[in-house]
Design a protein around this ligand. Structure first.
Ligand code: ATP
Length: 258
């Protein structure tokens, strides 16, 4: 397992319990959708999976070893596990796109030539090479979102954590982003993304973890979990549209769309 969260507990200051005995193992190379209703604790989980938050109980294993929270350990952890937050404005702070995406590699101590190469590669992977010299604050929401992902990519992480990656994007923007993520996944990057969109989970994930009230209530292949009406209903979710339309399996529905 590249990441293994065991019995995590976390309460925000003020006492709101966001994680409540959460267990979740992430296998290397998979595309895992963390699916649940608003306020279930999905974003809080991602913040634990890259060490941004420290659990009040339980532990996180990174590639089999218990994660530590020293400055050096956190720097290494964040190099291996990138996080893309829901709001790109929370993540972008440099004046131009290229400067923003350079920040991570320069912070890793890479020289300018290597940094430039990584920036070009990351922008290319997201199809935004033409935005390199643009001012970050002048970009559209969807462009900012892709710049934020490019920033995480430039670190060449083993795992990419994405909080609601396509929320707020139009159909074409979402499609382009998912294509870019699929390419990363094919190159071996492990993807963990949160969503409350069952159709997105069905179309894109290999595995689904259903999340409700601070814990994972069911985790399995996308086909198994998304066909489990009772487990979905318990998490306040409806089955995917194509299953509702009568296709018994994902394979059948995908074949009908070809
Ligand atoms: N910074 C914070 N301070 C206090 N409470 C918080 C904070 N962030 C989140 N919470 C609370 O913790 C709980 C879990 O929130 P979280 O954002 O992890 O859920 P989520 O599943 O990602 O929700 P959404 O789908 O709406 O993004 C909620 O009750 C939320 O109100």
């Amino acid at each position: 397992m590249i990441l293994d969260a065991q019995a995590l507990n976390y309460a925000y200051p003020g006492g709101i319990k966001a994680l409540d005995g959460l267990d979740l193992a992430v296998a290397r190379g998979r595309r895992l959708a963390v699916l649940g209703p608003n306020g279930a604790g999905k974003s809080t989980l991602l913040l634990h999976l890259n060490g941004s938050l420290k659990p009040s109980g339980g532990r996180v294993l990174l590639d089999g070893a218990e994660a530590a929270y020293s400055r050096a350990a956190l720097a290494d952890w964040r190099k291996r596990v990138g996080l893309v937050m829901q709001e790109p404005d929370d993540q972008l702070f440099a004046a131009t796109v290229a400067e923003d995406v350079s920040f991570g590699p320069l912070n890793l101590g890479l020289d300018e030539t290597e940094t430039r190469q990584r920036v070009a590669e990351a922008l290319d992977a997201l199809g935004i090479g033409d935005l390199a010299d643009r001012a970050t604050h002048m970009l559209s929401f969807g462009q900012k979102k892709r710049v934020a992902i490019a920033g995480a990519l430039a670190m060449r992480p083993e795992v990419l954590l994405l909080d609601e990656p396509v929320a707020g994007l139009d159909h074409q923007g979402a499609r382009r982003l998912l294509d870019a993520l699929a390419t990363l996944s094919e190159a071996g990057t492990t993807l963990v993304f949160t969503t409350h969109d069952v159709d997105l989970a069905w179309a894109f994930a290999d595995e689904v973890a259903l999340f409700n009230r601070g814990r994972v209530t069911r985790h399995g292949t996308a086909a198994e979990v998304l066909a489990d009406r009772a487990a979905l209903a318990e998490a306040g979710l409806e089955p995917p549209l194509l299953l509702e339309l009568g296709f018994k399996t994902r394979e059948e529905a995908l074949a009908a769309r070809r």
